[in-house]
Design a protein around this ligand. Structure first.
Ligand code: HEC
Ligand code: HEC
Length: 460
C-alpha cells in the first residue's frame, strides 16, 4: 500500500470512529418522549394543531370540550344583546381567542393603539389582601385601555424600544430589544406616579390541565430557595389566594404563577380582560370608577359557561415531539442539559390524580420542560412589580413544549413574558439571574453547537 493511501485510509477510519463516538455519546432518544403529553398527545405540524382536543377523553368529555370551544371563541358585546352580552364597561379584548389566537401565543403588537394579546398588570407599592398586589385606587390591578361606547378608557398606553447589541464568542452579533411602557391620560387625571406596570403577552394554552394534575409534592421537591445544592438555581413556589377555597394555594398559572387553578384563571380572564362577570368574580373590574355599572346584570355568564371554558383549557391535546432521532436534535438535547437549562426547564413529570377527578389527565408521563417554580431572571427581564411571593425579577419557568411550533401556529417568533424576543436565540440571550451561567455557556458555544441547541428547541 502506498504511504499516502495508507494515511488517507487511517484518516477515514479515525473520522468514522470520531463520528461514531459523537453519536454514541449522545443521549439515546427515549421513545416515550415523543408523546410529550402522554395519552393526551396529538400529532402533526399544521396550524390548527393546538386546537385539537386530547384524544383520550370520554364522549361526554369531548362534547363538553366542544361546548367550551364555543365559549373560548365567543366574541362578547355590550349588553343588551341576544348573544354573548356583558362586555365591559372596561376591557382589553373581546374574546379569549382574540388574544390566544389558535390557542397559541400572541405576537408583540405593531403599535400601542392596538395591543392585541398584550395586557398590563398594575399596582402600587405595598401588599393587598392575602399578600397579593395592591390595586391602584380607581384602576384596579389590570389596566383596561379599551371601553364600551360613550365611556372613557382607563388610560392610554405607549411604548418605546431600548436596544442592546450582543457579540457572541464566535463573532455573531444579535440585537436585543426591550419595550419600555408608559401610561398616560388616566381617566381621572389621578394615575399615581408610583404605579408599577407589568406587561404580559397572551401565552399558549395547551397542556394546562396536566399542570393541575401534577402533585404539589412533586413541584415542591424542586424548591431550593437557599440554593443548598449550590448549582446557582434556587426555585421558589408562589402562594396565591384561591377564591373558591378561600385559602392560600400553590400558584401554577400565568407568567408569575399567580393563579392557582384554571377555573380561577379563566374567571379572572373573563372579568379582567373582557369585563364579563361570573359567579366566581361577580363584581365588574372597575370598582371606584364612577363610569362603572357594577350591579345591573351580574353575573353575566353562568357557572356552566365558566365551567365549559375552563374545561376547554384543561383538555387541549399536547403536540408530539418531532425528529427526536435526528442527530442535531440529540446533540442539542445534550447541550441543553450541559448548559443547565434543565435546572429550571425540567423535562418530565408524571401526573397524579387530577383534583377534579379527570381520569384522562391523571397518571400521565409528560414532557413540559418546566418546574412551574419562580426564578430570579435578572434585571434585564425584571418588571419590578411583585405578584404575591414573586418579586420584581422572578418569573415562572416557561414551559417549552410546543414552542418550536410557534411560527406554524401563530406566524411569528415572539417569546418571553412581554413578547420582546424575535427568536428563540434572543429569548435565551435575555436569561440572567439564576440563569446567568446557562446564558454564558450559550454565548460561548461554537456556531454549530448553538444551531444544534436551537434545532432541539424547535423539536419541542
Ligand atoms: C387581552 C388578552 C387576553 C384575553 C382576552 C384572554 N387572555 Fe388569557 N392570558 C392573557 C395573558 C396576557 C396571560 C398571561 C397572564 C399573566 O401572566 O398574568 C393569559 C393567561 C391565560 C392562561 C394561563 C396560561 C398559563 O400558561 O399559565 C389561561 C388558562 C388563559 N389565559 C385563559 C383565558 C381564557 C379562558 C380567556 C377567555 C375567558 C382568556 N384567557 C382571555 C391574555 C388574554
Ligand atoms: C434559572 C432558571 C432557568 C434556566 C437555567 C433557563 N431558563 Fe429558560 N426560562 C426561564 C424562565 C423563568 C423563563 C420565562 C422568562 C420571561 O418570560 O421573562 C424562561 C424562558 C425561556 C424561553 C422562552 C419561553 C417562552 O414561552 O417565551 C426559552 C426558549 C428558554 N427559556 C430556553 C432556555 C434555554 C435554552 C436554557 C439554557 C441555555 C434556559 N432556558 C435556561 C427559566 C430558566
Amino acid at each position: 500500500m502506498k504511504k499516502s493511501t495508507f494515511t488517507l485510509l487511517a484518516l477515514a477510519i479515525l473520522l468514522v470512529m470520531a463520528c461514531k463516538k459523537e453519536s454514541d455519546s449522545l443521549p439515546t432518544p427515549d421513545p416515550s418522549e415523543i408523546n410529550a403529553g402522554g395519552e393526551t398527545t396529538v400529532f402533526g405540524t399544521f396550524s390548527a394543531l393546538f386546537e385539537q382536543p386530547a384524544p383520550n377523553m370520554s364522549a361526554d368529555e369531548t362534547n363538553l370540550h366542544a361546548l367550551g370551544d364555543i365559549g373560548f371563541e365567543a366574541t362578547f358585546v355590550t349588553a343588551p344583546s341576544e348573544v354573548n352580552p356583558g362586555l365591559g364597561p372596561f376591557f382589553n379584548n373581546t374574546s379569549c381567542a382574540s388574544c390566544h389566537g389558535r390557542n397559541g401565543r400572541s405576537p408583540f403588537p405593531d403599535d400601542a393603539s392596538d395591543l392585541g394579546g398584550l395586557l398590563i398588570r398594575i399596582s402600587v407599592p405595598g401588599a393587598g389582601p392575602h399578600g397579593g398586589p395592591l390595586s391602584v385606587p380607581g384602576y384596579g390591578g389590570q389596566l383596561q385601555q379599551r371601553a364600551i361606547y360613550n365611556t372613557q378608557p382607563e388610560a392610554e398606553v405607549e411604548f418605546q424600544w431600548e436596544e442592546l447589541t450582543k457579540t457572541l464568542a464566535d463573532g455573531e452579533t444579535v440585537t436585543l430589544r426591550k419595550p419600555i411602557f408608559t401610561l398616560k391620560n388616566g381617566y381621572d387625571g389621578n394615575l399615581p406616579s408610583n404605579v408599577m406596570i407589568s406587561p404580559r403577552i397572551a401565552s399558549q394554552v395547551i397542556g394546562l390541565g396536566l399542570f393541575e394534575a401534577i402533585s404539589e409534592a412533586d413541584i415542591l421537591s424542586f424548591v431550593d430557595e437557599n440554593d443548598v445544592n449550590g448549582d446557582g438555581i434556587s426555585g421558589k413556589a408562589n402562594y396565591v389566594f384561591d377564591e373558591k377555597k378561600q385559602q392560600m394555594a400553590l400558584g401554577r398559572f400565568g407568567w408569575k404563577a399567580s393563579q392557582p387553578t384554571l377555573e380561577q384563571q379563566s374567571a379572572a380572564a373573563f372579568v379582567e380582560d373582557m369585563g364579563v362577570t361570573s359567579p366566581l368574580f361577580p363584581n365588574e373590574n372597575c370598582v371606584g370608577n364612577p363610569a362603572c355599572d357594577g350591579t345591573a346584570d351580574d353575573p353575566e355568564i353562568s357557572q356552566e359557561t365558566l365551567h365549559a371554558a375552563t374545561f376547554y383549557t384543561q383538555s387541549l391535546g399536547v403536540p408530539a415531539r418531532r425528529n427526536v432521532d435526528d442527530t442535531q436534535v440529540r446533540k442539542g438535547k445534550a447541550l441543553f442539559q450541559k448548559a443547565g437549562c434543565d435546572g429550571c426547564h425540567r423535562a418530565s413529570f408524571t401526573t397524579a390524580q387530577h383534583p377534579d377527578g379527570l381520569a384522562f389527565l391523571s397518571n400521565q408521563k409528560i414532557y413540559p420542560y418546566t418546574d412551574l417554580l419562580l426564578h430570579d431572571m435578572g434585571e434585564g427581564l425584571a418588571d419590578n412589580r411583585p405578584d404575591y411571593a414573586a418579586n420584581g425579577q422572578e418569573w415562572r419557568t416557561a414551559p417549552l413544549w410546543g414552542i418550536g411550533l410557534t411560527p406554524i401556529i401563530n406566524g411569528h417568533s415572539n417569546f418571553l413574558h412581554d413578547g420582546r424576543a424575535n427568536s428563540l436565540l434572543e429569548a435565551v440571550l435575555w436569561h440572567g439571574g439564576e440563569a446567568e451561567k446557562s446564558r454564558q455557556v450559550v454565548e460561548k458555544m461554537s456556531k454549530q453547537d448553538r444551531e444544534a441547541l436551537l434545532v432541539f428547541l424547535g423539536s419541542l
